[in-house]
Design a protein around this ligand. Structure first.
Ligand code: 6PG
Length: 468
């Protein structure tokens, strides 16, 4: 009898190929499918000596898999996923399982899941984080959908996921599109953290006048402390990298226009829909948009590369403020993301476990960081914590570092160094810890011009007044 393969994957691009090699390393026989013969050949070469199939032939691929089939789709999010589903749904049998491992929009996953359930085909929307290296050596995996479907592949996913203290960075997230939703918020936080690091870099470069070698050392040092994280680690390495073409620091040769594929924007859009503020993530999306307007920026530029202030700065003091502000704003960004997850959980009835999310984000993914241990512990103490700031230890850390953040902001403001994400984190913190905001005036204005009514501080009910 011909070999039947344990696990199939459609889309042998770098992510798909690496993920499937990872599955193969863990003792599973694997089958890969791609339309591109070059990718098929590359995968076949990589798996030489292992039980595997690499083909462009969809029929051979489907027939080669043991039933119920377990097939992961790793193609670009959007239309391409629908096209694959359309091609394969008639070839599959009831109880076969399709797993979308891309950054699909959660509402697309709900739609696809519903459609396939009519044919009794199981479907999981699975967030996979960690980039190419993560896919190959151990990503963080966020599966959502029918729990029984998850159980069919749990042993495989647990074996390929990153491990932290022997715990695999994968857990069932919840029903329907929970996996894609959690991955979307992961990416929103990723956008926020990347922007915060970029703003701190700008301050250290333009105000502190640190060289790239010094910047690399600073980030390396930070990575040994409480800021320890994947993004801080790679940032230190970025400052060390030389350009093969010019011999300059490579980072200085990179055009300052950041691209985006949409997951950060979706996070902000969805937070707005759910009535939750995620201003640091919003700021990160806005800054990518402003960065994209390079020509306009250039035509209106004030021209100063370096800070306006007289240069009489204590570098060590600036580095110290920057570390504290970055830590403060990092905590704030995670808090915004986790509050969004809690609120979405209520609205979409995902049954998310916040502690499990913090746990599986500790390894493999792009936002892995030492601080996730503190988040995990906060949710261990109180699973239904309404906001991370309501945890006494986290609140204490924020209080300890808020004045340093204010001081750093003064440097930024006085020197025209834009710090939208850093300042949004600080302002968010100040707003959400202020019992009385000036929005009574906004209500008064609304009632003045539109009779939109208002509530009162001293009695129940809805009121309208003649103003002026
Ligand atoms: C991950 C990353 C991954 C991808 C981002 C990049 O978790 O591995 O988030 O999913 O690199 O989607 O997103 P942008 O192209 O929008 O920056």
């Amino acid at each position: 009898m011909a070999t039947k393969y344990d696990f199939g994957l459609i889309g042998l691009g770098v992510m798909g190929r690496n993920f499937l090699l990872n599955v193969s390393d863990h003792g599973y026989s694997v089958a890969g499918l791609d339309r591109d013969p070059e990718k098929v050949e590359a995968f076949a070469n990589d798996t030489e000596g292992k039980v595997s199939l690499s083909t462009t032939d969809a029929k051979e691929f489907v027939q080669g898999l043991s039933t119920p089939r377990k097939i992961m789709i790793l193609v670009p999010a959007g239309q391409a996923v629908d096209a694959v589903i359309e091609q394969f749904e008639s070839m599959l049998e009831p109880c076969d399982l399709l797993i979308d491992g891309g950054n699909s929009l959660y509402t697309d996953t709900n739609r696809r899941m519903k459609r396939l359930s009519e044919k009794d085909i199981l479907y999981l929307g699975v967030g996979v984080s960690g980039g190419e290296e993560g896919a190959r050596r151990g990503p963080s995996i966020m599966p959502g959908g029918d729990q029984k479907a998850y159980e069919m592949v749990a042993p495989i996913l647990e074996s390929v996921a990153a491990k932290v203290n022997d715990e695999p960075c994968v857990a069932y997230m919840g029903n329907t599109s929970a996996g894609n939703y959690v991955k979307m918020v992961h990416n929103g936080i990723e956008y926020g953290l990347m922007q915060l690091i970029a703003e701190v870099y700008d301050l250290l470069l333009r105000h502190g006048r640190l060289s790239n070698a010094e910047l690399s050392e600073v980030f390396e040092k930070w990575n040994k402390g409480r800021l320890q994280s994947f993004l801080i680690e790679i940032t230190s390495q970025i400052f060390k990298t030389k350009d093969d073409i010019t011999g300059n620091s490579l980072v200085d040769m990179v055009l300052d226009k950041a691209k985006q594929k949409g997951t950060g924007k979706w996070t902000s859009q969805n937070a707005m829909d759910l009535g939750i503020a995620t201003p640091t993530i919003d700021a990160a999306v806005s800054m990518r948009q402003i960065s994209g307007q390079k020509d306009l920026r250039q035509s209106m530029s004030t021209g100063n590369r370096y800070a306006l202030e007289e240069y009489n700065l204590d570098k060590e003091e600036l580095i110290n403020l920057a570390e504290r502000a970055l830590y403060f704003s990092t905590v704030v960004t995670y808090a915004q993301g986790f509050q969004l997850l809690s609120v979405a959980n209520e609205g979409y009835k995902y049954e998310l476990d916040m502690e499990a999310i913090a746990r599986i984000w500790r390894g493999g993914c792009i936002i892995r960081a030492a601080f996730l241990e503190d988040i995990r512990s906060a949710y261990q103490q109180k699973p239904n914590l309404p906001h991370l700031f309501a945890n006494a230890e986290i609140r204490g850390v924020l209080e300890d570092n808020s004045s340093a953040t204010r001081n750093l902001m003064i440097h930024a403001l006085q020197n025209r160094i834009p710090a939208l994400a850093l300042s949004s984190a600080l302002n968010y913190y100040d707003a959400i810890t202020t019992a009385r905001l000036p929005l009574n005036l906004v209500q008064a204005q609304r009632d003045f011009f539109g009779a939109h009514t208002y509530e009162r501080t001293d009695r129940e009910g809805i009121f309208h007044s003649q103003w002026g």
